[in-house]
Structures are given as C-alpha cells and as structure tokens.
Design a protein around this ligand. Structure first.
Ligand SMILES: NC(=O)c1ccc[n+]([C@@H]2O[C@H](COP(=O)([O-])OP(=O)(O)OC[C@H]3O[C@@H](n4cnc5c(N)ncnc54)[C@H](O)[C@@H]3O)[C@@H](O)[C@H]2O)c1
Length: 260
C-alpha cells in the first residue's frame, strides 16, 4: 500500500474524528496530499497538527458541508492551494434518530441536508476539475442502514440509501470520463459517533452491536480506511459503481435485534 497514492490530492470531509480521521491518516501513509475538512475547527486543526508530525503533506480547511457557501469556499481554497483534486471522500454526517411520526420537518431536513445534500454540494464543487483532468475517485460513505431496517433511524437511513443511489447514477454517467464513484458501507465501527450513541442510549447499545455482528466485535476505523485507500488508488481503476461493505458480515444476518 505504501506510496500507492503519491502525487494524488485527496479531500476528506468530517476528517476531525472517527472514520474520516482514519481515512486521512491512511491516505497520508500512502503518500497522498490530504486536505482534511470538518465543521469542528479546533479538533480539525489539532488532528492536522498531530498528523503533520509523521507526514509532510497534510492541510486543513474548516467547512460546514451543510452550507453551500462554505463548501464552495472550501473547494476554491483547495483548488487554489493544491491545483488539483484526485480523490474526494464524502464522510461527514450526523447520527440523529427520530420516529417518523413525531420527527419535526426541521429535524428531518437537517439530517438530509447534512448527510445527503452535502454529497451533492461537494461533488458539484469538485467534479468539474476532475472532468477537466479526466481523472478522479469519489468515495461516498453510506451505511448498513441503507438496506437494513433500524427502529427510528428513517432520516439517517434515507440519506444513506440516497448516497448509494446517487453513486450508481454518477458512476454510469461519468465512467467514460475516468471519474469513478463508489461507496463504502460500514457496519458498526467504534467511533465518537457510536460512543455518543452509547452515552445517550446506554452501554447495551454497543454490546448489542457486537452480538449482532457475525464478527462478534465492532469494526476499527483503520479497517474502513483500508477500503478507502484501495478505492482511491489506481489499483481500483476498473472499480466503478461498487459498494465495499466493511461490516464484519453484519448485512448478511437475517434481522436487526432490538437492544433493550
Ligand atoms: N460509526 C459507525 O458505526 C458508522 C456506521 C455506518 C456508517 N457510518 C458513517 O461513517 C461516517 C463517519 O462516521 P463516524 O462514526 O466516524 O462519525 P463521527 O461522528 O465520529 O465523525 C463525524 C465527523 O463529521 C463532522 N461533521 C458533522 N457535521 C458536519 C458538517 N455539517 N460539516 C462538516 N463536518 C461535519 C463531525 O464534526 C465529525 O468530525 C458517517 O458518514 C457515518 O454515517 C458510521
């Protein structure tokens, strides 16, 4: 894997924590220039400075993917400072549950905006540059919940299913321009997102996630990063429209069991 991303400029959204941070590190390890972006300015710059101790080419641009102007500004800065983009990872998301009956439209729209419309925004901002150079890899982070029912996660799951559909559409449309679109579908991965859910829903949530998984454990962020490194690299030159499940087999089990 070492050096497989040398010469590539990669942008990772939601890079200050969890999976986005691990992907940023994985890309840097493989020689890419990594532009980390996140809404959390302080944590973003803290993590960037930590990565810079080990790797030369790490940059950080604060960006709210839920806001068009912020995404446009970030893309402008990336293309000005780095001249190109080769890899875009749409990873930023919020995990907000809600019962379809009682969820307010404002909350629904907020989840869809941050988790799904954000992907439209970043692709719209960066795709013209990829098309001009006839080169690019877009990696969209979906979720097992795109195809499995979890109680009261309708908006989140809808966004994740939409990401998969968008990826298929764009893979077909831009494959002949050598711009590839793929998804990664993580199962339960130990990240701040799940640690926060455990705080809110109780430790039984994590125990149940382990029990549900054929692997009997949660995934590591580095395991998702390995899939992203592959999709970003030229080793995946003929991989377009694919979905790589990094879920320990979770999506193969017959049904979700409610944790109580
Ligand atoms: N952790 C899991 O088990 C799991 C499972 C399936 C899918 N996923 C997906 O993987 C991705 C990463 O999840 P994670 O667990 O690492 O999450 P996380 O909460 O640990 O990290 C998400 C990051 O996104 C950032 N972010 C949130 N809103 C933002 C915004 N508006 N603009 C820019 N940045 C924003 C946060 O500040 C944070 O740094 C998400 O797309 C998530 O849906 C996670």
């Amino acid at each position: 894997m070492l050096n497989t991303l040398v010469g590539k400029v990669a942008v990772v959204t939601g890079a200050a924590n969890g999976i986005g941070l691990a992907i940023s590190q994985g890309f840097a390890e493989c020689g890419a220039t990594v532009v980390m972006t996140d809404i959390d300015n302080d944590k973003l710059h803290l993590e960037k400075d930590l990565l810079l101790r080990d790797y030369d080419s790490v940059d950080a641009v604060t960006c709210d993917v839920g806001c068009s102007d912020s995404v446009k500004q970030m893309a402008k800065q990336v293309l000005r400072d780095h001249s190109q983009i080769d890899v875009l990872v749409n990873n930023a998301a919020v995990a907000i549950p809600g019962n379809i009956v009682s969820m307010s439209e404002a909350d629904w729209s907020s989840v869809i905006n941050t988790n799904l419309s954000s992907v439209y925004r970043t692709i719209q901002a960066f795709l013209p540059s990829m098309l001009t150079r006839k080169s690019g890899s877009v990696i969209n982070i979906s979720s097992v919940q795109a195809s499995r029912s979890w109680r009261n996660w309708t908006a989140y799951a809808t966004a994740k299913g939409g990401i998969r559909s968008m990826t298929i559409q764009l893979a077909g449309q831009f494959g002949d321009m050598n711009v590839r679109f793929n998804t990664i579908t993580p199962g339960a991965i130990l990240t701040p997102m799940n640690e926060n859910r455990a705080k809110e829903e109780g430790e039984a949530f994590l125990a149940q996630s382990k029990k549900m998984s054929p692997a009997s454990r949660l995934g590591r962020t580095s395991e998702v990063a390995s899939a992203a490194v592959f999709l970003a690299s030229d080793d995946a030159a003929f991989v377009n429209g694919a979905d790589i499940k990094v879920d320990g087999g979770l999506s193969t089990v017959p049904r979700y069991e409610e944790h109580t």
